[in-house]
Design a protein around this ligand. Structure first.
Ligand code: CAA
Length: 247
């Protein structure tokens, strides 16, 4: 039986590519996305996937809310099967220079990008440990490594991913559960294309590969990290940023 892989932010640009890569790897991908999305948007996404021959269940939740995550994961386990792979990918930006950043912009990003990782991982971690197998991948960002003017909130959450990942990886290293992170650079998703045109053009000039990344380039990294024979890879981060920043 295929292992169930849950991707939060699963119907977004990166999430869709991750679901596809996981399916290619033989997983049963399940997308979890924001319960504030319109039914129309969800139906369109499902129809688009169906046209590609893919049947990916979508569950709506609020990843900033612990109880909503608990309820959603319980439902997935009952209707699809035990969650053996979790990709904490849900994330938002509320960019502003720090002197202009509001408490609302700060809190929204902390809740969605950081607290969501606790809320979702808590639902699946114990059972992964009990079963003796699990893969957790947390999505960070190049801006969690290098910082980015206009992103004190976002960069803070993405840097926090490393501490969480390395700590949890140590806790479950002997239990068959791996915990890793991926730090994408600027990928051609809606989030990045929302950057003001002149600002984005100046960013692309600084990427040695000379272009934005493709979502599939992150999807394949998720597949790599969650592979059956990936049990020796844990507590690690892979940066996929077109050479924008070398550690
Ligand atoms: N470093 C230092 N200073 C900078 C700077 C930088 N990288 N970018 C802009 N500034 C300066 C500007 O020169 C300007 O200075 P002056 O006032 O002296 O002219 C000042 O900061 C204000 O800049 P803006 O005119 O851009 O200010 P704004 O309020 O209109 O916009 C902003 C601020 C929304 C943060 C905008 O600059 C922006 O969108 N920046 C890009 C932020 C970014 O890279 N976000 C990534 C989103 S994608 C993502 O997050 C995915 C991922 O993981 C990679």
């Amino acid at each position: 039986m295929s292992r169930v892989a849950v991707v939060t932010g699963g119907i977004g640009g990166l999430g869709t590519a991750m679901c596809k890569a996981l399916i290619e790897q033989g997983r049963r991908a399940v997308a979890v996305d924001y319960n504030g999305l319109s039914q129309e948007a969800v139906d369109k996404w499902k129809a688009d996937r169906k046209a590609e021959g893919l049947d990916i269940p979508v569950y709506l939740a609020d990843v900033t809310d612990f109880d909503s995550c608990a309820e959603t994961c319980k439902k997935i386990e009952a209707e699809v099967g035990p969650i053996e792979i979790l990709v904490n990918n849900a994330g938002i930006t509320r960019d502003a220079m720090f002197h202009k950043m509001t408490p609302e912009q700060w809190i929204a990003v902390i809740n969605t990008n950081l607290n969501s990782m606790f809320n979702m991982t808590k639902q699946v971690y114990g059972k992964m440990v009990e079963r003796g197998w699990g893969r957790i991948v947390n999505i960070s960002s190049v801006n969690g490594i290098k910082g980015q003017a206009g992103q004190t909130n976002y960069s803070a959450t993405k840097a926090a991913v490393y501490g969480f990942t390395k700590s949890l990886a140590q806790e479950c290293a002997k239990k068959g559960v791996t915990v890793n992170s991926i730090s994408p650079g600027y990928i051609g998703t809606e989030m990045v294309r929302a950057i003001r045109e002149d600002v984005l053009a100046s960013i692309v000039k600084t990427i040695p590969v000379g272009r934005l990344g493709e979502p599939s380039e992150i999807g394949r990294t998720v597949a790599f990290m969650t592979a059956e024979d990936g049990g020796f890879l844990t507590g690690e981060d892979v940066t996929v940023n077109g050479g924008l920043y070398f550690r």
